[in-house]
Every structure is written in C-alpha cells, then in structure tokens.
Design a binder for this molecule. Structure first.
Ligand code: ADP
Ligand code: ZN
Ligand code: ZN
Length: 728
C-alpha cells in the first residue's frame, strides 16, 4: 500500500521533495511525470519511493501522467545533483530540472523530428523511372554515386525532392533508415601526427590509469599539443565497443572548431555537442544520444557536466582555469569542480588542461593531490615561443592610445604581408564621456558604472544592464557643450588605425561586431584567407584561434587590472596575456608581443616576458597565503539585493548575527557593499565568510541558509549563497 507513494522533485524554490501516489504507473526513479502542484500542472522527476508520508494518505494526489516510453534519468546524475544542491545550497528540484533540455521541462511528450537517409534497393533500375521525371533521375544517379544520402543532401538536389522520394518509395526503388543527425561525422579525415616524447608520455600515463579516479593536470602552453593529447587518449580508451568521454570547453565559440577537429580525427566515434546555440530539438536529441550511450564523445560547455552518461570512461576539462566554467546565477556551480566530483563518482580519471592553471589547481598540483604532465615546447616543428616585450608608456608618448614603437611594428608586418592583432579589453568607442569643464562623467543611473560611448551608433550604453541613450549634447551638470569621449575602446582604435594606415585592411572583432549569426565564423575565415592585415579585438580573440600568418600581438591598456581590488585580477590578467601572446607565431614565422604599460617592471610582466607561469603562480600563492584567501582558505559569499538598501542592510545584519552566533571557527566579516554597489536598479550588499576547513564552512552555511529561508525578509530581498566565488 504505502509503497505506492512517490517522492517527486519539482522546479520550485523549496528545498524539499513532494509526495504523490503513483496512480497505477509502474514508474522508475528518474522518470518524468506530470503532477498538479498548487493550481498548475508541472513536470516532476521521480526521486524515489517511500513507505510513509507526513501527509495523510487520503489527502495525497496521484500523479497525472508518467512518460513511461521515455528512458529514466540515470541514478548517477541524481547523485551528482544531490551533491551540488548540498554543496551550493540550492534547491535540488530546481537544480536538476534546470539541467534538463527545455523540451523535457514541458508537459508534453518530448520529441525531436526523425531524420532519414535513403539508398537504392538492391536491383533497383533507373529504367523504371519515366524519362520526364527529371528529379527522380537526378536522385537515382546521385544515390548510385554516393550509396546513401541524408535528407539534407537530397534537399540540395532539388526543392521538390520530397515528392520525388515518396514516388520512388512507392515504386519500391528506395530503402530508408533513421539516422541520428547529431552524430554526423565529417567525411574528410585528418591524419594523426606522431606524438613528441612529452605528448606520448602524457597519453601513456593517463591511458594506463584508466578505470580509477585520478586527477591529471596537463600543463602546456598554447600550441604545445594538448588537444592532440586529448584526441589520442580518447582514441585509445574507446578502442573497444563501449565507453563514453565527456569533454568540457569553456566557450561556445570554440566548440565548432574543436568539434570538427575531433570528427576529422575520430570519424568512427559518434560525437555530439551540447551548448546553448543548438535548437531545442537538437539539444534534446544530442542529450538523448549521450544518455543512451550512442554518443561516445560529448563536447559541451558548462551545463553539459550534468549530461547523463552511464558508461563514462574519462572527463577532460579544457582550459580549466577559465572563468566561464563558473555559473554566475541560480545554482552558482563551478563546472570544473563538479566534473571532479563526477569523475570520483564514476571512478574514472579526469584531465585538466591549461597553459595557466587556476591557482587552486596549481596548488593541488604542488601539494601532490594532482599529478602534473608538462608539455614544454610548441608541437609544430620550428614554431618558437613569441618574444614578449613591454613598451614603457611613461617614456613613450602615445598617439591616440598607440606608441610609435607599436605603430612601426605594425607597419613592418604590413610591408611583409603578415598580420597583426591589437588586443584591448573594452568594446565600444571610449569607456567614458567626460565634461572638459567640470569633469562630470556620464553615469548609468541603474548601476554604479559609467556609460560607454558607441560613436558610430551615436549612443551611450551601459555594459552591465543594457541601458541605452542618445549622446548628450551638453553637460547636465554645468551646461558645457564640450563633452569628450575619453579613453580607448575597440571602435576608436579601429578608427585610429584606419587613419594611420589607410592601406591596411582592418577587422574589428568584439561582441558588437559579431552579433549576427555566423559573423564570427566568417570573420575568422577572412583572417585565414589573408583578407585582413590588422585585427582589433577583445578577449574573444584571445582564445583558441590559430592564425599561422599572425606575427605581432599588441596589448593596449591593461594597467587597471594590475591594481584592481579583485583578488583574482592578476591571475586572470596573466592568463589572458599568455593566451593572446599565444596567438603570435603559431607557425614557422616567429612572433612578437608588445605590451604597452606604465609599469614594465611589475612582477607580472617579468614573469610574462620569461613565460614563466610557475614563478608567477608561486609568487601569487605567497600573497594569497598572507591574505588568507583561496586556495589557503575556503570562502563563501552571501549576496543580497533589493530596491531599498535599508532592507538589504537589515537582512545582512540578521545573517551576520546568526552566523556569528553559530559555534564554529568560520570568520564572519562585516557586511559590505560590493564594488558594483548598484546593478540594474538594485541596491546590493554582501557578507564574506572564510574558513580553513571546507567542512566547517559548509556546516555553518547549512544552518544559515535554513534560518534565512524562514526569515520574514526572505521574500523581500533577493539573496543567494555563492560558494567558492570567483570574486569577492
Ligand atoms: P594546444 O591544444 O596545446 O593549443 P594543439 O593540440 O592544438 O595544441 O596543437 C597545436 C598545433 O600543433 C596543431 O596544429 C596540431 O595539429 C599540431 N600538433 C600537435 N601535436 C603535434 C605533433 N606531435 N607533431 C606535429 N604537429 C603537432
Ligand atoms: Zn560639466
Ligand atoms: Zn547600467
């Protein structure tokens, strides 16, 4: 009797599961069901069965429907989500339901349209097709040549292909089979380079430790052949007919390249990608292919760390230091850390790849928790490391943000037919609009931020909340009409270069210029086709892309990051600069990197010039230890915001008192305002907690969160806990 009660997880902001009668459905754990909750019908997931409910049996409602034909979600995903919900203090139901493809969150059966491929039936003859049926003839001949064609390929033959195929099927000329579009493989096979000694060693080590949890740090500069190592490990581990591998990548823009390289090298291994640029149908299909085990390789961004894959053999986290692995809203998880837990659950190895590992990772490698595999040279013969130099801006006059040395260096490249890249981390024309008389600066009224000048559109824009307005004709503070765009942005740099070198073909690559679908892809193609002399771009260009003819990288104006209050700013800047530097001289042409700075003797630049990540990392670690920051301490932030700051203050005051009253050795600081005090019209505050043990911090957070959920201000203040925040 009582075994008919189901525990169901729902997408509601409550940290509990809900009891329903099974309604006669023989459901398994992980099955999707529809229930009525409050006045709404909702999707739920069966989490388990229970003997007894707190609710009297006659008050329990039965589930309305169970999607019995759908495969149940693997228990290992539940286990992983349970861990995350606990660790990040987020409601389990919301966490697990928001990790599902959107089609699975709807109360309809989830389908993605089936795709078919067609071939000629044995013995089919073209003579049976009337000669006036031109399209049928064309299809027949094409199938004779290619054997089998997908619907997409057939559609390319004629717009009326579908009717022709139906007729040919009726005439028993064709046979068809369902294909899984997500698994399509590239026809052109790429050949495998012979590995160098370090690469071969890395592959051997990892392959030999298959079948047990162990963390490897694959530490190698850009171009040292890390991706090649991943590919050969995958090839070796998936030799026999089972096993799946999850590859996490930080950035959606990098997936197509990596995907086609993997497909080209491993055409026999079905591969799917998972990221937010897929249509809902594609996403569902790819997710299901991973779930069923048909997809042997899954390449995906952050969220795909939760993809059900029962037969996991290995997890790879590429560019493991990248900040985009951290989810910045709802459940604030770090995909690399979650991947680590997942590898532990499946008892498989995990490989973290990076040129500039996160300090946490580096620390774990130093203390022997992770094993390091180093790639110390560029993989391509003759490709040397670029020369890195600083240009002292206190001694070299800047002309519209550019030093003469950098301009000359670009002119040389132009004369030699080589490409240059100017890196500046600010899109728009200029970061501020300044009144020359009273020094008023155009602010965003909804954020503690300045409005960025976008001159071409004649607009001022806030890059934090999206607010937009016309450029003001006069200073609202003193009436002066002489307002100056001040400072450098990508658009302004592009203008300056066009005036300096009218003969150069200049391309700007930033979030504004790449909004159109495929824009980035087309731009990168233009660079490869040598249709561009000078690239001006933001960090978008820093990652992953490989331009053989690019021999100069200029870095403009990064000094603000040297003295930022953000404790990770230096770490991030170093990794960013190493990454852009990695764009230069990727082939036999040697590369040069010129960095404009007023602080050429800063430790960061010394380490960068020597391309000595370990030296820099070790000096940062000393600082962190002194400051008692991660990785030497564990931290969590309680973030709160409301229209009225007084509410935030009251809420955080209560939180502070509660946290301090709890007996623990967690350091609870006073509540403060974050650097961005106001965002999107909300007043913000936060509370920092710091501990030398993860466990004591977790215990405190659990109590604190429970009492905050019960507090009257719970619904008036928007609040969240950020465990292991990237910024404080
Ligand atoms: P990373 O991922 O570290 O940036 P890649 O694996 O992309 O490095 O390798 C950089 C370049 O070197 C690629 O063009 C790749 O094909 C090539 N490459 C990698 N390993 C070798 C090798 N052992 N021999 C020759 N070329 C290689
Ligand atoms: Zn003024
Ligand atoms: Zn704003």
């Amino acid at each position: 009797m009582s075994a008919h009660i189901l525990k169901i997880a729902l997408d509601v902001p409550l940290d509990s599961q809900f009891d329903y009668l099974d309604g006669g459905f023989d459901v398994a754990v992980g099955q999707r069901v529809i229930v009525s909750f409050g006045r709404r019908r909702q999707i739920g997931l069966v989490v388990g069965r229970t003997q007894a409910s707190d609710i009297p049996q006659d008050k329990l409602k039965p589930i309305e429907h169970a999607f019995m034909e759908e495969p149940a979600i693997d228990k290992s995903v539940f286990k992983l989500m349970k861990f995350c919900a606990d660790y990040y203090h987020y409601p389990f139901g919301q966490a697990i339901l928001s990790a599902l493809p959107s089609r699975l969150r709807q109360t309809e059966p989830a389908t993605s349209r089936k795709q078919f491929a067609y071939a000629l039936k044995p013995g089919a003859s073209i003579d049976s097709i009337p000669s006036r049926k031109v399209v049928q003839h064309r299809i027949f001949t094409a199938l004779e040549t290619h054997g089998e064609l997908s619907e997409t390929a057939l559609a390319a033959l004629s717009p009326s292909w579908r009717k022709a195929v139906l007729d040919m099927q009726a005439a028993h000329l064709l046979q068809s089979r369902e294909i899984l579009a997500g698994l399509k493989s590239q026809v052109q096979q790429l050949h495998a380079p012979a590995l160098n000694q370090e690469q071969a060693h890395a592959v051997e080590e990892i392959v030999q430790h298959a079948g047990q949890f162990k963390t490897w740090l694959l530490h190698g500069i850009t171009g040292s052949g890390k991706t090649e190592v991943y590919i050969q490990i995958i090839e070796r581990l998936l030799l026999d007919n089972h096993g799946q591998i999850l590859v996490l990548v930080p950035e959606i823009n990098l997936t197509p390249q990596l995907e086609s390289r993997f497909r080209g090298r491993l055409p026999h291994l079905p591969l799917v990608s998972l990221h937010s640029h897929l249509s809902e149908g594609e996403r569902l299909q790819n997710w299901r292919l991973a779930q069923s085990g048909q997809a042997r390789i899954v390449i995906g961004t952050r969220l795909s760390v939760f993809t059900p894959m029962a037969d996991m053999k290995l997890i790879i986290v590429d560019e493991e230091h990248d900040a985009s692995y951290k989810q910045q809203d709802s459940m604030r998880y770090h995909a690399r850390d979650v991947a680590m837990v997942r590898a532990q659950h499946h008892d498989v190895p995990i490989v973290l790849g990076s040129a500039t590992p996160a300090l946490e990772t580096w620390h774990n490698a130093q203390t022997g928790k992770y094993e390091v595999l180093a790639l110390t040279n560029r993989a391509v013969d003759k490709a040397a490391l670029p020369q890195i130099r600083c240009i002292d801006t206190t001694r070299n006059m800047l002309q519209d943000g550019l030093s003469q040395i950098l301009i000359e260096a670009m002119r040389e490249r132009l004369a030699r037919g080589e490409q240059s890249l100017l890196f500046i981390n600010r899109r728009g024309y200029s970061p501020v609009l300044l009144c020359s008389a009273c020094h008023w600066i155009a602010p965003c009224l909804r954020c503690s931020a300045r409005l960025v000048v976008h001159l071409r559109q004649k607009r001022l824009r806030c890059h934090h909340c999206g607010h937009e307005q016309k450029i003001l004709p006069a200073c609202p503070s003193c009436g002066n009409t002489d307002l100056h765009p001040t400072g450098q942005g990508t658009q302004r740099l592009e203008n300056t270069l066009a005036a300096l070198m009218p003969e150069a073909r200049i391309l700007r690559v930033d979030r504004d210029s790449t909004q159109r679908k495929n824009a980035l892809h087309d731009m990168l193609a233009a660079v490869h086709a040598d249709e561009v002399d000078i690239l001006v771009g933001t960090q978008m260009l820093a990652k992953g892309h490989d331009f053989p003819n690019l021999t100069l990288v200029g870095v403009i104006d990064t000094d603000s990051a040297l003295f930022s209050p953000d404790f990770r700013a230096a770490e991030r800047l170093f990794s960013q600069l190493m990454q852009v530097a990695g764009r230069a001289g990727r082939s036999e042409k040697s590369g040069e990197v010129l960095i404009q700075t007023a602080f050429p003797d800063h430790v960061l630049f010394n380490a960068l010039r020597a391309q000595d990540y370990p030296a820099f990392a070790n000096s940062l670690l000393q600082e962190r230890e002194l400051m008692q920051f991660p990785p030497y301490r564990y931290i969590a932030l309680l973030k709160a915001e409301a229209n009225d700051f007084a509410l935030v203050q009251r809420f955080l005051r209560y939180a502070t008192d509660t946290a301090r009253a709890y007996p623990s050795n967690v350091m609870v600081y006073d509540p403060v305002r974050p650097q961005m005090e106001r965002l999107k019209g909300m007043e913000r505050g936060q509370l920092l907690m710091q501990a030398s043990s993860r466990q004591s911090l977790q215990k405190l957070l659990k109590t604190l969160v429970a009492s905050l959920r019960a507090h009257p201000l719970n619904t008036k203040v928007r609040w969240a806990v950020d465990v292991d925040p990237l910024e404080v």
